[in-house]
Design a protein around this ligand. Structure first.
Ligand code: FAD
Length: 405
């Protein structure tokens, strides 16, 4: 059966198939992690990431000349969709590694070649040795969630908690970050901090903090509704000292790099949503073809057929939007932030709709934990919240529309 209606080039269909096979063979274990303790999840997910070196999964977004595949938008989205078809938590874990790598990838793209040699080449080399590094991306703070992704024009300066100050040849970082995917297991965390209280986000810089840095600690591991195989944490930075070469984006470039990172990563989150939606559709269709009620397969009842048709239409539309936008992300600079938001918003709304419809089509069985569709609902919901809530993404889109009036 065709996996995509959108005409993906054969090279990318191949990426999809290889990653699907990797995730499919581990689905049984990943489903167990949905109900496991934090300790078990952290151990197993690290092991799965080590195994992913066999297909060099984590090095995908590293540029080819630095030892990776250079697939940081279209290829990454195809891979995220393939992972999420089997477990959205694994997709989030892998996506969070890539999100953590994006600031150095962007800095390298903007001509800071030393960043590529310092961080990206060693990353690809470690993956090639079968010892992949786990990265995380830390911007959200307890007092600044949406405010860190979008500043309201004319609103008072949000309350930021994370600051970096210069001390001789070092930067000293203090503050808190919350809801950080991979935070509890990361070897390296890409951290955004303000360097000047008066200048605010204009003074933002981005640093790489290694796990072993003194003063860095995982404050807590967060328990959550879905994506349970993806460890999420609150991180504390208590006067963490890092040398100059750990600053990947200097003050001034920090805020721009946040905007570029979000533009490059939002539409790929649409890929995670697409994987969840396609799985929900497949489960619902298979069930509807075999369940007999009213003397007929429920797929023959007109109202169930309509639900399946609507799921199909919405998924086809989401797939077209996500893949047409991620293809453009590679060819346009600056990347189209509004369209990246549109792809994320639409695909995540489709994922929530499709997973809820799958539960409905499966009736009481869909509501039990014996079938995967209730997990899909829990997993789908997050795609409307992270990478900027859908409300905040809609504001980004409306900013663009209104600026063109
Ligand atoms: C499981 C999980 C994983 C995550 N992973 C990461 C990660 O790896 N790295 C990272 O940095 N962050 C991560 N996040 C954080 C995520 O991006 C934020 O939760 C999100 O941006 C929303 O911020 P908030 O939770 O503080 O909500 P708030 O900003 O407090 O928003 C609360 C509500 O108010 C609405 N709202 C806020 N501002 C506006 C506005 N201006 N106009 C209209 N409505 C508004 C929102 O849409 C939302 O409905 C993760 C979150 C979760 C739950």
């Amino acid at each position: 059966m065709k996996t995509h209606r959108y005409p993906l080039p054969p090279e990318y269909l191949n990426v999809y198939n290889v990653v699907r096979e990797f995730a499919a063979s581990r689905e049984h274990l990943l489903l167990k992690l949905d109900r496991a303790s934090h300790e078990e999840v952290m151990g197993e997910i690290r092991r799965i990431l080590r195994e992913s070196s066999s297909i060099r999964l984590l090095s995908m977004p590293i540029p080819g000349d630095l030892g990776g595949s250079g697939y940081f938008t279209l290829g990454a989205t195809v891979a995220l969709e393939a992972l999420a078809f089997h477990d959205a938590g694994l997709a989030t874990t892998v996506g969070a590694v890539w999100l953590g790598l994006l600031p150095p990838v962007i800095a390298n793209m903007l001509g800071r070649g030393d960043v590529g040699e310092r961080w990206l080449r060693p990353f690809a080399e470690a993956d090639a040795r079968g010892e992949p590094q786990v990265w995380a991306f830390a911007i959200t703070e307890p007092t600044a969630g949406s405010d860190y992704e979008r500043l309201e024009p004319g609103a008072p300066q949000p309350e930021f908690l994370t600051y970096a100050r210069r001390e001789g040849e070092y930067w000293v970082i203090s503050g808190r970050k919350i809801f950080i995917s991979n935070g509890p297991i990361a070897d390296y965390v890409t951290v955004f901090a303000l360097t000047d209280r008066l200048k605010g986000v204009e003074s933002m810089a981005c640093f790489v903090v290694p796990r072993e840095a003194e003063g860095f600690r995982v404050f807590s591991v967060i328990d959550k509704m879905g994506h349970r195989s993806s460890p999420t944490g609150e991180l504390a930075f208590e006067s963490v000292r890092v040398p100059e070469d750990h600053m990947v984006c200097p003050p001034g470039l920090g805020w721009d790099s946040v905007q570029l990172t979000l533009a490059y990563s939002r539409a790929p989150v649409g890929g995670i949503a697409l994987g969840i939606a396609k799985r929900a559709y497949r489960e619902a269709l298979n069930y509807a073809k075999s369940r007999i009620q009213g003397g007929r397969r429920i797929a023959e009842h007109q109202i169930v057929r309509e639900k399946l048709a609507n799921m199909y239409i919405m998924i086809a539309a989401a797939e077209s939007l996500v893949y047409s936008v991620v293809s453009r992300l590679e060819s346009e600079f600056p990347p189209p932030m509004d369209d990246s938001s549109a792809a994320k918003v639409f695909a995540s709304d489709v994922a929530v709709h499709a997973s809820l419809e799958a539960v409905q089509i499966m009736g009481g069985y869909g509501y039990t934990r014996d079938f995967i569709v209730e997990k899909l609902v829990r997993d789908a919901k997050l795609t409307q919240i992270y990478e900027g809530t859908n409300e905040v993404n809609r504001l980004t889109i409306s900013d663009k529309i209104l600026s063109e009036v």
